[in-house]
Write a new protein. Sequence first.
Length: 185
Amino acid sequence: MIDNSVEIFKCLADKSRLRILSNLLGEAMYVELLSERLDLSASTVSFHLKKLESVGLVSSTKEQYYVMYYVNTDALNATLLSMITSDEDTTELWEERQNEYKDKIINTFMKHGKITAMPVQRKKKRVLLEEILKSFEHDREYLEREVNIIIADFHDDFCTIRREMVDEGMFTRDKGVYKRTEWYK
């Protein structure tokens, strides 16, 4: 539904099309009558009717000598909420985009498993910290020296990174003993 909704919103972004729809709400009309009522050329009205018809807001039937245009009331009665929500699993799409973002950050700031530069932006920095965090086991306590050795495999400034991982809530620290936080992935 979302793909069609974008086209509907684009179509409704034109004042002439809104005026045409408004006139068609009262009764079905043909191009020349709409042209006269709206003070637009017949070709302009035809152009806009084709756009409205292409997104399903208007339908047409041939009656005698004229093509009559009708408002598709089902399409107009659709709620804004139904138009902006999707039947597809948006969570899955969001996760896919997040993973693509993380991969891009890792490829930009890491070469051969080593961090080449630590980004300034917190969100990007967190992606790299999470990548380092994967090297630590859940339910295991680490001495500060062990933490330093693991982090040093990724970056020489292990003290700063260790402190940032604690600040981000990735680790708890108690008397020089570090433990990976359970709730953090």
